[in-house]
Design a protein around this ligand. Structure first.
Ligand SMILES: C[S@@+](CC[C@H](N)C(=O)[O-])C[C@H]1O[C@@H](n2cnc3c(N)ncnc32)[C@H](O)[C@@H]1O
Length: 221
């Protein structure tokens, strides 16, 4: 899917997104934000912030910036920020997650919820998330990954030709995301009771740095 197709899809979704994708995605949002909220005073970037459903969950002493490629989704997020007086939301900007307009090492935590299987190049998304994240910072991805169950896997393959219409790739493998010595996964957790969505937790730096990022998620693996 190219950026124009993504913009078109989310222009269509924006008006009813919260009703359709609000509750079903919320356990994952809560799980990611709980992890981000573990320390005070952090600067957080949320890529693909969408209509901003996660924004009220961040603790108030954390500064949050959100970016998204869809102006219509961002407009909904801005409404929430105004209505709920979310003063810790620093900025909501129209931007491509694969070409972030921030300096290197700008954020303590970089989060992408339900975005990795939407962007055209997950590798570039990850590379950009790492670039703008401080060394030893945290990167949190919530996403559905291709099922290991053969029946579900078959269904996901059947849905693949509909990716453009759905607005995401239903069969993205967990291995499409890197797991490298200088950006190791410190945890992969089920984000809802069926484990359909998972939280993938990275530390942005080699373990040998002695970083103190601890994966203390309590959700079931
Ligand atoms: C499934 S929605 C998830 C929205 C939100 N994170 C949530 O939890 O509801 C995917 C979002 O990613 C955005 N998106 C897709 N590709 C993008 C890109 N290359 N750069 C920035 N945002 C993108 C879409 O516009 C959409 O708002």
């Amino acid at each position: 899917m190219d950026l124009a197709a993504i913009r078109r899809t989310y222009r269509r979704y924006a008006g009813h997104y919260d009703m359709v994708f609000g509750p079903v995605f919320h356990p994952g949002r809560r799980m990611a934000v709980e992890t981000a909220n573990q320390r005070p005073g952090r600067r957080i970037l949320e890529v693909g912030v969408g209509t901003g459903l996660s924004l009220p969950l961040y603790r108030k002493d954390i500064q949050v910036t959100g970016i998204d490629i869809s102006p219509e989704m961002l407009a909904k997020a801005r409404e929430k920020v105004a209505e709920q007086q979310l003063e810790n939301v620093e900025a909501l900007l129209e931007m491509d997650a694969e070409a972030l307009e921030f300096e290197d090492n700008s954020f303590d935590v970089v989060v992408a919820m339900y975005v990795a299987s939407v962007v055209p190049n997950p590798d570039r998304l990850m590379a950009e998330m790492r670039r703008v994240c401080v060394p030893d910072g945290e990167i949190l991805i919530i996403n559905h990954f291709a099922s290991e169950n053969p029946v579900l896997r078959g269904l996901e393959r059947t849905l693949k030709p509909l990716s453009k219409m759905l607005g995401f790739h239903p069969d993205m493998a967990l291995d499409a995301l890197p797991d490298e010595p200088d950006c190791p996964r410190v945890g992969v957790h089920r984000a809802n009771i069926f484990g359909y969505w998972k939280l993938v937790h990275y530390r942005n730096g080699p373990a040998a740095n002695g970083a103190d990022v601890v994966d203390s998620q309590v959700g079931p693996d």
